[in-house]
Design a binder for this molecule. Structure first.
Ligand code: DX5
Ligand code: ZN
Length: 214
């Protein structure tokens, strides 16, 4: 049986009821929570910082998967680790030579991911495949939830899967298109609007899980 994981992104949840929204998707059986951190520089949007990660860490034991869409991950990642994130990814586009940062994070027992934008070629991360725990392939241009899924990056997913790399896929994934993402070789599916934008987030998580466990 497949062991594909589902990571709801809280970006599309109702923030006035954050605790409840998290409880709903955790109870429905999601595997981790995807937390999108944006700084207004690397992407044209601003979300939240370590304070929110810390608050979530208090109310749930589920792994917190922080996706840093920020210009200076080297300066900020530790604050997210200290706040309770066990999985942290940063963008290849933001760091010239990622080896040092990866090493620093690994030494603190962080599960490390290297993320890449749709326009960034796979070749840019090949030298680091053995150093990280997973690659985060973006299927939208990062910055906002609810965007349209892009097909082209699935080619990267296929190539990484062939090499035995763990792949997280993020952007525009819904129950309706999850099958082709899974068939391309994804190990972790992120979904924001596909979970929280639907009438029933618990039902959406269960439907994702059903597809993932086939
Ligand atoms: C996009 C974020 C995604 C986003 C996913 O910049 O990295 O994680 O929240 O949301 P949907 O599933 O709505 O595209
Ligand atoms: Zn994300």
């Amino acid at each position: 049986m497949n062991t594909i994981k589902i990571a709801p992104s809280i970006l599309s949840c109702d923030f006035t009821r954050l605790g409840k929204e998290v409880e709903t998707v955790v109870d429905a059986g999601c595997d981790m929570l995807h937390l999108d951190v944006m700084d207004g520089h690397f992407v044209p949007n601003i979300t939240f910082g370590p304070l929110l990660v810390k608050a979530l860490h208090k109310i749930t034991d589920i792994p917190l998967d922080v996706h840093l869409m920020i210009e200076d991950p080297g300066f900020y990642w530790k604050r997210f680790g200290d706040a309770g994130a066990s999985i942290i990814s940063f963008h290849r586009e933001t760091v010239k030579s990622p080896e040092g940062l990866i090493d620093e994070m690994k030494r603190e027992n962080i599960t490390v991911g290297l993320a890449l934008n749709p326009a960034t070629p796979l070749e840019d991360i090949l030298p680091y495949l053995k150093l990280v725990d997973f690659i985060l392939v973006m299927t939208v241009v990062p910055g906002f939830g609810g965007q349209k899924f892009m097909e082209e990056p699935l080619d990267k997913v296929r190539r990484l899967n062939k090499r035995g790399v763990t792949v997280e896929v993020d952007g525009g994934i819904k129950v309706s298109n999850a099958k082709k993402v899974i068939e391309s070789g994804a190990d972790i599916l992120v979904s924001g609007s596909g979970v929280f934008g639907e009438g029933d987030p618990a039902e959406a998580v269960k439907r994702f899980k059903a597809l993932a466990n086939r």
